[in-house]
Design a protein around this ligand. Structure first.
Ligand SMILES: [Zn+2]
Length: 147
């Protein structure tokens, strides 16, 4: 009897450099009709799954959705709840940092994550989520959680 060798490839976890490249690829799908400010993001789940996002603008401007939130919401909508890393990339002089709204969403859904901020020129800074939103408002501040 001959043993058949599995053809299934074992997927290696992406390192930060690969995550940044994936975010740069995701950025190519950005809908930045009004600002021309294109952003890409990647979120990594505890099980190593990758979800990408790009910013999506629309005619009202105010309903624009950031790349980080698109990536996180895509993952949440697929049932993912635990995250280890988030990368965000844009063509900025410094690494691209998440906006205030995204910092809140990162705190609420991915507080244990490493947040990798990068630009297209390989400038990278890595933060813990709590460093980006000190004294954060969160679920612990809501009355229904007090007992
Ligand atoms: Zn944002």
């Amino acid at each position: 009897m001959q043993l058949r060798q599995s053809r299934k490839k074992i997927k290696q976890p992406m390192n930060n450099e690969e995550l940044i490249k994936a975010a740069i690829r995701a950025r190519e799908n950005a809908i930045a009709t009004y600002s021309d400010f294109r952003v890409g993001a990647v979120v990594v789940t505890k099980n190593g799954k990758i979800f990408t996002g790009c910013n999506v603008e629309n005619s009202t401007y105010g309903l624009t959705m950031c790349a980080e939130r698109v990536a996180i919401f895509k993952a949440l909508s697929e049932g993912e709840r635990e995250f280890t890393k988030i990368a965000v990339v844009a063509d900025t002089p410094q690494p691209c940092f998440p906006c205030g709204a995204c910092r809140q969403i990162i705190w609420d859904f991915a507080s244990g994550s490493e947040v990798i901020c990068a630009n297209l020129n390989n400038l990278v800074e890595v933060f813990k989520a709590e460093e980006l939103i000190p004294h954060a408002f969160g679920a612990n501040n809501l009355d229904h959680n007090k007992k």
